[in-house]
Design a protein around this ligand. Structure first.
Ligand code: ADP
Ligand code: MG
Length: 717
C-alpha cells in the first residue's frame, strides 16, 4: 500500500493488511459470540445467550468465568489495559483505562480481571454532564457491561486496549448516558410488538429487536491545510471561507472514481473496522467535493450504535495516518452539501421475520400493514420529539437548507403502497383487478402488496425503502442512540394501543382492518411522496398542520412537554427528572457550541484577518502613492485599497457588535433563554462578520490571505 509522503509508512502500523485474508482478519479483535462459543464452557455460553435475549440477568458467577476468558483472549492478543467504553451525554465515547496488572507480592505481576471489573466500573460521574442529577460531592457513577454489544480490542500504534461496551448510570440508578435509555426503549418496543404479534395470531416469535444500519458521511482534508485553520481545529467547521469558481455544480464527485490516496485510506479504514467486527460494506464519493460515505451492514441496534461511534473514531484516526483529517461536522463548508447520517431502521423477530417486509401471503401482508400503520401514527404523533432527536447547533445548518431533508417530519411510502393504505382508510377495495387486489384473511380482506416497493425518494426525512425505514435527518457527528431511542418509544406507544384493541377484539381480522383504517385515516397527513426540498412542500405541510421547527432551541423544548414525559414514563425509559436534566444538557451544549464558534469568529477576524488585510491594503496604498508620484492617475491599486479599507471598517464594526451580543448571551442564566439568545442574536452576528470577511477574501491577494481557502480544503487531496 502507498501512503502519503507526510505520514510515511512507519506511522501506518506494521500489519500489511493486504496479506491477511479478510475472513481471517474479520472480527479478530472482537470478543464476539463466535469467540465466546469457542472459549466459554457450554453452560456459561448458554447463560450469556439468555442474558443477551433479555431472559436473565448476568450473575456474578457467570461474569467471573467470562471475565477470565476475556482477559486470556485479550492478553494473548497483546492487550495490557481494559476500559469500560461508554456514551456520556457529551455525545462522544468515554474511556477510563486500567491495566490488567496486579502485583503478586514478590516483585512480579499477574494479569488480572475479575467478574466485578467486567460488569461494573466506577468512573467519576461528576465530571460528565448530568444536568444536575449528580453533584460533585456525590460523584459515584457506574458503568455496567452491555452484553448485547461485543467487547473489542482497540488498536493504537503501540498496543491494544480491551474495550467493554457499557451503560453508565448514577449511584441512584438514573441514566447518565445514551445507552441505558436505548436499551430500555428496545425492551419497551419488544414488549408491545410481541403483544401485537400475539394479537394477530403469531405464536412463535419470542422476542423482537430493532435493527439499524447507519450510513455515515464525512469529509477528508489534507492535514497540512487543516492545521492552518484554527476554526476547523476548534469548531470542526470553517467559520469563514468562499468557494472557488468551481463548487459541486458539476456533480462530478458523486460516485466518481476514488483518488488513490482516498482509496488507500478507505482500504485501511475497512480493515480496521473489519478487525473489530464492524461489517463495513459500501463506500463511495458523496455529492460535495472531498465528501465520502461509508455504510456497514446492519446489525442489532445496540451494536450498530457502538459500531457507529467506532466508525467515527476510526475515520479520524486512520485519516491521520494518511496525512489527512476526517471531518464529521454537519456543515464544515458553506456552499456545498453538509454531512448527515442515514439511520436505516427496522424491527426483527428472534425467529427471523422482518416486520417491515411486505409479505408473500395474507397473514404477512396484514402484519406488514399493521406495523407500517403504527410507524405512520408514531411519526405523526411524535413528530416533534423525533425532530428533536436531530437538533444540534451543527445540524441546524443542514435541515431545511435544500440539501438535506426539510425540518418537517414526513414519511415517504411511494405511490403503490400509499394507494393501498389510502384505500384501506377510505374503505375502498384496492384497485384495478379485484381478484389480485383482495386477498381474504378469514372474513376480512386486505390487499396484496406490490412486490417492488423500493422506489427511492432522496428528499424525504423518513423514507420507506422496501423493508426498512430510513431516517435521514440525523447529523453526521451525532450518536444514533437518541434518534433510535425516541423512535422505538414512539412506536412502542402506538403498538401498545393497537395491542389493547387486538386483545379485546372478538374477531382479530376485523380488528386488524379497523385499526389500520382508523389509524391511517387520522395520521396519513404525515405521508408525503413528493419533493421534500421544494418550497411548495413547506406551504403544503403548513396547510396539513405539520410542524416545521427550524432551530435547535425550539426543537428541544418538546423534551419537557407533558406528552413526552407521559410517553417515556409509561414505558419506563426516562423519568421526568431525567428528561429535565437532558433538556438542560442539550440546551447548554447548543449554547456552548455557538459560544465557541462566535469566540473563534471574533478571534480570527481580529488576530488573523485584520493584520493580513491591513498590511495588504497598506502595500496597495503605498504602491498607489508611488504610481501617483510618477504621474499615473486613478490606478486600480488605489480603488482596491479603498474597497478593502471600507470592508475592513465594516468587518471591524460587525466584530464589535458580535462581541456585544456574545457578552449579552453569556450573561443570561436561564438555559432556554440563553440558547435562544445564541440563536437569535449571536448566530446572525457571526453571519454578518462572515459576509464581510468572505467579501474581503474574494478581493485580497491569495498570498496575503492568512489561511488556506476552500480551494485547498475542498479540492486538494
Ligand atoms: P442507500 O444509499 O440506497 O440508502 P445503502 O446500501 O448505502 O443504501 O445503505 C443501506 C443501509 O441499510 C445499509 O447499512 C444496510 O445494511 C441497511 N439495511 C438493510 N436492511 C436493513 C434492515 N432490515 N434494518 C436495518 N437496516 C437495514
Ligand atoms: Mg441512504
Amino acid at each position: 500500500m502507498s501512503y502519503s509522503d507526510e505520514c510515511g509508512a512507519e506511522c501506518c502500523g506494521e500489519i500489511d493488511f493486504t496479506k491477511t485474508p479478510v475472513a481471517e482478519l474479520y472480527g479478530s479483535n472482537s470478543f464476539s459470540n463466535a469467540v465466546m462459543k469457542q472459549r466459554l464452557p457450554k453452560n456459561i455460553f448458554k447463560e450469556i445467550l439468555a442474558v443477551q435475549a433479555g431472559e436473565k440477568e448476568l450473575s456474578l458467577e457467570v461474569a467471573e468465568v467470562v471475565a477470565a476468558s476475556i482477559r486470556d483472549w485479550a492478553v494473548e492478543k497483546g492487550a495490557t489495559h481494559y476500559t469500560h467504553w461508554f456514551h456520556p451525554l457529551t455525545g462522544l465515547t468515554a474511556e477510563k483505562h486500567d491495566s490488567f496488572i496486579s502485583p503478586a507480592g514478590d516483585g512480579t505481576v499477574i494479569m488480572e480481571f475479575s467478574g466485578k471489573e467486567l460488569i461494573k466500573g466506577e468512573p467519576d460521574a461528576s465530571s460528565f454532564p448530568s444536568g444536575g442529577l449528580r453533584a460533585t460531592f456525590e460523584a459515584r457513577g457506574y458503568t455496567a457491561w452491555d452484553v448485547t454489544s461485543p467487547a473489542f480490542l482497540k488498536q493504537d500504534r503501540t498496543g491494544l486496549t480491551l474495550c467493554i461496551p457499557t451503560a453508565f448510570i448514577s449511584y441512584y440508578g438514573q441514566a447518565l448516558d445514551k445507552k441505558v435509555p436505548l436499551l430500555k426503549s428496545i425492551d419497551a418496543l419488544n414488549k408491545q410488538a410481541i403483544r401485537v404479534l400475539r394479537g394477530i395470531g403469531n405464536t412463535t416469535s419470542k422476542r423482537v429487536y430493532t435493527t439499524v444500519g447507519p450510513e455515515q458521511e464525512y469529509f477528508l482534508v489534507d492535514k497540512k491545510f487543516y492545521d492552518q485553520r484554527p476554526d476547523l481545529i476548534l469548531t470542526g467547521r470553517t467559520v469563514f471561507g468562499v468557494l472557488p469558481a468551481k463548487g459541486q455544480e458539476m456533480e462530478d464527485h458523486y460516485f466518481g472514481a476514488l483518488k488513490e490516496r482516498v482509496a488507500d485510506f478507505m482500504r485501511e479504514l475497512n480493515y480496521e473496522l473489519w478487525k473489530v467486527g464492524i461489517p463495513a460494506k459500501t463506500q463511495h464519493n458523496e455529492v460535495a467535493p472531498n465528501q465520502f460515505e461509508i455504510a456497514p451492514i446492519y446489525t442489532n441496534s445496540t451494536a450498530a450504535v457502538d459500531g457507529n461511534q467506532l466508525v467515527m473514531e476510526t475515520i479520524r484516526s486512520v485519516a491521520r495516518r494518511h496525512g489527512m483529517e476526517g471531518l464529521l461536522h454537519e456543515k464544515p463548508f458553506a456552499g456545498v452539501n453538509g454531512s448527515g447520517k442515514h439511520n436505516n431502521w427496522s424491527i426483527a423477530t428472534d425467529d427471523g421475520i422482518n416486520l417491515f417486509e411486505p409479505g408473500e401471503n395474507p397473514e404477512s401482508n396484514a402484519r406488514f400493514l399493521l406495523f407500517a400503520a403504527a410507524v405512520v401514527e408514531a411519526v405523526d404523533r411524535y413528530a416533534l420529539l423525533i425532530r428533536s432527536s436531530t437538533a444540534t447547533a451543527a445540524n441546524d445548518f443542514r435541515l431545511g437548507a435544500n440539501e438535506a431533508p426539510p425540518a418537517i417530519i414526513s414519511i415517504f411510502f411511494g405511490g403503490p403502497l400509499t394507494e393501498i393504505l389510502d384505500n384501506i382508510a377510505e374503505g375502498k377495495s384496492s384497485g384495478k383487478s379485484e381478484a389480485d387486489a383482495k386477498i381474504k384473511i378469514g372474513v376480512t380482506s386486505l390487499p396484496s402488496l406490490p412486490k417492488d416497493v423500493s422506489d427511492r425518494n432522496r428528499t424525504s426525512p423518513f423514507a420507506f425503502t422496501g423493508n426498512k425505514f430510513e431516517f435521514r435527518m440525523v447529523g453526521s457527528s451525532q450518536s444514533i442512540a437518541t434518534p433510535n431511542t425516541y423512535l422505538n418509544a414512539a412506536v412502542a406507544q402506538v403498538l401498545s394501543e393497537f395491542a389493547d384493541k387486538l386483545e379485546k377484539a372478538s374477531d382479530k381480522n376485523d380488528a386488524i382492518q379497523a385499526i389500520i383504517k382508523e389509524s391511517y385515516a387520522k395520521h396519513r397527513k404525515v405521508v408525503f411522496n413528493g419533493n421534500g426540498y421544494s418550497d411548495e412542500w413547506v406551504r403544503e405541510a403548513e396547510r396539513r398542520g405539520l410542524p416545521n421547527v427550524r432551530n435547535t432551541p425550539d426543537a428541544l423544548s418538546v423534551i419537557i412537554r407533558s406528552e413526552t414525559i407521559a410517553l417515556f414514563e409509561a414505558h419506563k425509559i426516562f423519568t421526568k427528572e431525567e428528561l429535565e436534566s437532558r433538556y438542560h444538557i442539550y440546551l447548554e451544549k447548543y449554547s456552548k457550541q455557538v459560544n465557541i464558534e462566535a469566540g473563534v469568529t471574533i478571534d480570527l477576524a481580529r488576530r488573523y484577518i485584520f493584520p493580513a488585510i491591513t498590511s495588504f491594503a497598506g502595500s496597495l496604498a503605498s504602491d498607489a502613492a508611488a504610481l501617483a508620484a510618477i504621474g499615473a492617475a486613478n490606478v486600480p491599486q488605489a480603488k482596491r485599497a479603498k474597497k478593502i479599507a471600507d470592508l475592513s471598517a465594516e468587518l471591524y464594526d460587525e466584530t464589535a457588535k458580535l462581541e456585544t451580543a456574545l457578552a449579552e448571551a453569556q450573561g443570561i442564566d436561564d438555559p432556554a433563554a440563553q440558547a435562544k439568545a445564541y440563536f437569535e442574536k449571536v448566530r446572525p452576528g457571526m453571519d454578518a462578520v462572515r459576509s464581510r470577511a468572505d467579501a474581503l477574501e474574494r478581493i485580497v491577494a491569495k498570498a496575503a490571505w492568512p489561511f488556506p481557502g476552500y480551494e485547498e480544503l475542498l479540492f486538494k487531496l
